[in-house]
Design a protein around this ligand. Structure first.
Ligand SMILES: [Zn+2]
Ligand SMILES: [Zn+2]
Ligand SMILES: [Zn+2]
Length: 301
């Protein structure tokens, strides 16, 4: 086990040092548009050690709402920090043709932000949106309230469904998150034998999701760790911590779901509960878990 962990840690440092994919533009990669949880504004006023550091230092310690770009063409989740994220990451709205939503919580989905994205795409092909029935209902309700035509196709999906988003083969998996009837979704995206898992928001995966993952070979696993070091049950009812992630990482490696050279990375990190990027990144890397910053690009080669 120790040997496998060492390999992953070593590969992680290589990937971080990797140059942007501009040398070979068509190579798939993923880029974190945002890495924060719902509390990204807490450092504006909170006097705790973590928030005070983030407020004073800024830079990689600040986080926008969690969102991921998968090149080419796909974005998972898009809320009010979405347009800023695209600009900061140098991605033109026209380059996004598919939008996948995990669930309707406001740090992941905002209908005005979606309309802003569509307007910024101009005359590009209609945007294709995939999401659960709650998200689809909210989008359709908004569109019906407008007088104009919107260049948009909306598809409702359930967990454990395969579908295509441009060059990516996608599978939806069940999350374990909402207190309501909403079916929150996780996704795997695969292109040319390269796969990424995007798992937020969720606490410990439902059994069916673990079983469905047994058929996957992942190059990159991105899993939420909202509450970082917290271990109280109350925190872990709808979100995960570092300990849950250590167990999931170990499981994915033991079952050969995460490839030996694969990357295990986190996302949806609370700025209040998780130590700032500067402070926590090196130690977590030693444990085989990559702490991301907004804009971080992960390549598959
Ligand atoms: Zn969230
Ligand atoms: Zn949520
Ligand atoms: Zn705080």
């Amino acid at each position: 086990m120790y040997y496998a962990m060492k390999i992953v840690s070593y590969t992680l440092s290589l990937y971080i040092a990797a140059a942007p994919a501009s040398a070979h533009e068509d190579a798939p990669y993923v880029q974190y548009l945002g890495t924060g949880a719902a509390d990204i504004h807490r450092p504006d006023h909170c006097e705790c050690k973590n928030c005070s550091y983030t407020r004073a230092e800024g830079g990689r310690n600040k986080r926008r709402y969690s969102s991921l770009y998968a090149h080419p063409g796909v974005v998972i989740d898009f809320s009010i920090t979405g347009m800023t994220s695209l600009e900061e990451c140098g991605i033109h709205p026209r380059d996004i043709n598919y939008l996948l939503f995990t669930h309707s919580h406001s740090d992941h989905f905002n209908v005005s932000a979606l309309m802003e994205l569509i307007a910024a795409r101009g005359d590009a092909q209609p945007l294709s949106v995939f999401g659960n029935s709650t998200v689809v209902h909210l989008i359709k309700q908004h569109i019906e309230s407008l007088e104009t035509d919107i260049a948009l196709t909306v598809t409702a999906i359930n967990a454990f469904q395969d579908f295509v988003a441009g060059e990516w083969q996608c599978t939806s998996l069940a999350a374990n998150h909402a207190a309501t009837h909403e079916e929150c979704l996780l996704y795997t995206l695969t292109r040319n034998g390269r796969s990424v898992l995007y798992a937020t928001d969720t606490t410990w995966f439902p059994a069916r999701t673990f079983f469905a993952l047994q058929n996957k070979k992942l190059d990159i696993a991105i899993v939420e760790a909202t509450f970082g070091p917290e271990t109280e049950a109350a925190y872990l009812i709808t979100h995960m911590n570092f300990h849950f992630n250590a167990l999931i990482r170990e499981h994915l490696i033991k079952k050969n779901i995460l490839k030996p050279e694969g990357i295990y990375a986190l996302t949806h990190l609370s700025l209040h509960y998780v130590a700032p990027y500067d402070k926590i990144h090196p130690e977590m890397l030693r444990q085989g878990m990559l702490i991301p910053h907004d804009g971080l690009k992960l390549t598959f080669d």
